[in-house]
Structures are given as structure tokens and as C-alpha cells.
Design a protein around this ligand. Structure first.
Ligand SMILES: [Zn+2]
Length: 55
């Protein structure tokens, strides 16, 4: 039970949570990328269908 492992686990949990689209609730790696790029937890499918982001 080290602090290092605990931090690593929480980071992983956070990444998984940040991979779930708030629109369709699918788990997709594009959600995390869009969160970093645009600040929205949205997958590439919902992003395209909504077209609320300028390319
Ligand atoms: Zn979605």
C-alpha cells in the first residue's frame, strides 16, 4: 500500500471516467481527447452530429 500506487490508480480511474461521453454515455478514447482540446466530455460521433465545435 504505497502512495505511488494509490495515485496511479486514481489517475487511471480519472482517465476512465473522462472517457465516457456525456451525450451518449459511450466509452471512447476520443472523449478524453476532446476534453483536453475543447473542455467538453463528448465523443467524436456526438461532436460531429452536434457540430458545435469549429474545425
Ligand atoms: Zn457521444
Amino acid at each position: 500500500m504505497t502512495k505511488e500506487n494509490d495515485t496511479e490508480l486514481k489517475k487511471k480511474d480519472k482517465e476512465v471516467l473522462n472517457s465516457i461521453c456525456e451525450e451518449c454515455h459511450n466509452n471512447d478514447e476520443s472523449v478524453y481527447q476532446n476534453l483536453i482540446l475543447y473542455g467538453f466530455k463528448i465523443c467524436k460521433v456526438c461532436k460531429t452530429s452536434k457540430t458545435i465545435f469549429p474545425i
